[in-house]
Structures are given as C-alpha cells and as structure tokens.
Design a binder for this molecule. Structure first.
Ligand code: 8Y4
Length: 276
C-alpha cells in the first residue's frame, strides 16, 4: 500500500513512524522567528534521519483543557514551517489542523497529508480536503479539548468509535475523497477514559477494514502515565509497548515523539510479523 502525499511516497507496506514536531505558542515571538524556524528544520531533519516516514506539524494545542487558537495565529505558526520543511525534506509533511483555510494554504505550501483530529467536521473542511487532493487522517474525538475529559461515557467504545469513523468515511467518499486516500485513527486520549483507551488498543484490528490504513498516537500520553504512574518524560518504554501492540494488529502509522526508539521497536515487530 502506497500513499501519494503531494508527490512524496508514504509506503504503508509495514509500520512507519510519524514524527511529532512541536510548534510552541511563542515559537515566532519578535526577532526569534528565523532562529526558531531553523531549530524546527533541524529537529525535523533529525527525525527524518532517525527514520521518520512523515513529519506532523500542528499549531493548535489539542491537549485536554487547551484554549482554542485563532486562524491567523495558526497560519502564522504553521505555514512558514510547512514551506521550509516540505522544500528541505524528502519525507512528506503532515499538517495537523481542523481549519479549511489552513488545509488549503498548507497544501499549497507543500504539505502532503491532512491530519484532522475532528475528522473534517468543521464547516468547509470536507470540501477543502477533497480539493487539496492529498491523503487525510480522520481521527475520532468525543467533545472538544476544553471538555472532552469530563467523564466520557460509551456503551461500547470500540463499536461507537468505529461507527463514527465509518460515517465520516462515507461522507468523505461522497465529497470525492476516495477510501484509498484515507487513514483512520481511534483518537487515544480524546474523550476517553483509561479503560476506553485500553479497549481500543486491544481491539484495534477492528478498524483495519475501514480505509487505507490505521494511524495511532499514544506517545507519552496520559494513558501511559496512568499505567506507569510516570511523568511525561518517563513514558518511553510504555509508549513503545503500546506502539508494538498496535503495529502487531496491523496499525501502519505510529505518531511518536521518540522517533529512533519507535522505529527500532517497529522493525522488530515487522520482522516477527514477516517470519515463516
Ligand atoms: C503528552 C504527550 C501528553 C502528548 C499529551 C500528548 C493525536 C494527533 C495529537 C493522535 C492523530 C498529544 C495532533 C495530543 N494526538 N493526531 N494529534 N492522532 N492523528 N498529546 O492520537 O500528542 S496531539
């Protein structure tokens, strides 16, 4: 399975890593703009050298309780980076956004994938993604970052998340985005309790038949912290274990902060999966 990300190839024949590039709110404060752009480019080049198959850039914090970001602020944070990195790197750049204006501008600037934690539910997002012509990741989120962790309830979390994604896929196809260009993601930590997250991880194989591939993000998340009773800086081993559990079931893109280590874990996973 091969995705064409604006002319750059994303080979989904085995599990690959999507490296997370953090764009902090004050990245472009006066005077520091070019320095920060250069820092970000170096970090992205390092992730590509460590084996990242794609780099994800986002300008809106979707952490639980985070405030919404204005469109101008998101454009200002993300576009210079997308332009700089898509020109400098051989791997595709993914833009983490729900806003149609940024989808259009980022793809015009060279982005090769749209990663939307709201699964193209914003007004105009379906149309913008369809016109952009690049692959899309549809993620499940219950609620919004401001309220999503207030006692999320499901009768059957796996079925409900799967049904949500199936419906979003149907609407994507109707809007002209073929299934072969779509990745699906259960959205670990987005409006889910620890038990919900674990059920989704345990039954991730139920998402395989929906689209071109399954993408997951568990790296350093609070579900790992809760299981290990460890702060964000001490969640690597747990994050790798979750990545391997997902890849073993067939997940093809693992969104991760620790690229080198995740690539190594996935290499072992892929070798065992290919053995006689
Ligand atoms: C520590 C580290 C604590 C990270 C929280 C976090 C996903 C995603 C995010 C995901 C897709 C995050 C943009 C949240 N998570 N996109 N984005 N899937 N497709 N939190 O799971 O990393 S941001």
């Amino acid at each position: 399975m091969l995705l064409d990300c604006a002319g750059k190839r994303l080979d989904l024949g085995g599990p690959v890593v999507m490296g997370v590039l953090n764009v902090t709110p004050d990245s472009f404060s006066d005077g520091g703009r070019y320095l920060k752009l250069d820092d970000a480019r170096r970090r992205a080049e390092a992730m590509a050298a460590e084996g990242a198959a794609i780099i994800d850039i986002g300008g809106e914090s979707t952490r639980p309780g985070a405030a919404a970001v204005s469109i101008q602020e998101e454009l200002d944070r993300v576009l210079p980076l997308v332009e700089r990195l898509s020109g400098a790197l051989a791997v595709p750049i993914s833009v983490d956004t729900s806003k149609p204006e940024l989808m259009r501008a980022a793809v015009a600037a060279g982005a090769g994938l749209i990663n939307d934690v709201r699964a193209l539910r914003a007004p105009g997002a379906l149309e913008a993604a369809a016109a952009a012509g690049v692959p899309v990741c549809l993620m499940h989120m219950r609620g919004e970052p401001g309220d999503m962790q207030h006692a999320p309830r499901y009768d059957e979390v796996v079925t409900e998340v799967r049904d949500f994604l199936a419906e979003r896929l149907r609407l994507c196809e109707a809007a002209g985005i073929p299934r072969e260009r779509i990745l699906v993601d259960p959205g670990f930590g987005f409006g889910k309790s620890l038990a919900h997250n674990l059920s989704l991880l345990r039954h991730l194989d139920r998402f395989l038949d929906l689209a071109a591939g399954v993408l997951i993000g568990v790296s350093r998340k609070s579900m790992i912290g809760a299981l290990l009773d460890a702060p964000a800086g001490e969640r690597l081993s747990g994050s790798l274990a979750a990545a391997v559990i997902a890849a073993w079931q067939g997940a093809r893109v693992i969104r991760a902060h620790d690229v080198r280590e995740t690539v190594q874990a996935l290499r072992v996973c892929a070798a065992a999966a290919a053995a006689a």
